[in-house]
Design a protein around this ligand. Structure first.
Ligand code: PNS
Length: 160
């Protein structure tokens, strides 16, 4: 049974992430979407909010689960018997850092393979940072994130 972990900050989850989740769910028997803290970024949404947004959008997949984890990704993957880490690649600019991460993770555990999925070209320009920036200036982000996430961002940015 092929089990894969799809890690990220998901701050917030975008249509680009959702596309990777959808495609990976068809390739692997079980997909674990792991929400991790990224020490290089200050999260806008709490861990609870990020997990809850993801849970609401993967609800209809019977082979996808959402978890949160603090610590090394490779250790989490091993603890869940997942032999594959899935990463989405949008552009050359993603490559250098992802390549380094993949090599570090392989150094830490050579039994876990990192596999990359090329982003759907419809979503190649979307990132969580761009979504937050556009939303913070009142721009329309409806085509960038799932509808449930759109509502949550609107509420968070314009509290009553
Ligand atoms: O969505 P992001 O912010 O690009 O995701 C990055 C993330 C969270 C996957 C990465 O920072 C990560 O794997 N963090 C966990 C700690 C870890 O294992 N780091 C890699 C070895 S140094």
């Amino acid at each position: 049974m092929a089990r894969a972990v799809y890690p990220g900050s998901f701050d917030p989850v975008t249509n680009g992430h959702l596309d990777i989740i959808d495609r990976a769910s068809k390739v692997f028997d079980h997909l674990i979407v792991a929400v991790l803290e990224n020490p290089r970024k200050n999260a806008f949404f709490s861990m609870k909010e990020r997990v809850s947004m993801l849970e609401s959008i993967v609800d209809h997949y019977n082979n996808v689960e959402v978890v949160c984890y603090k610590g090394l990704l490779i250790e989490y993957a091993q603890s869940r018997n997942a032999s594959i880490i899935i990463k989405g690649l949008r552009a050359i600019s993603d490559f250098e850092f992802e390549f380094q991460m993949a090599l570090v993770n392989r150094k830490l555990n050579c039994n876990v393979e990192t596999m990359f999925m090329m982003t759907n070209n419809m979503y190649s320009y979307i990132s969580s940072s761009i979504v937050k920036e556009v939303a913070s200036y009142g721009g329309d982000i409806r085509d960038l994130v799932p509808p449930q996430v759109y509502q949550i961002i609107r509420e968070k940015l314009s509290p009553r």
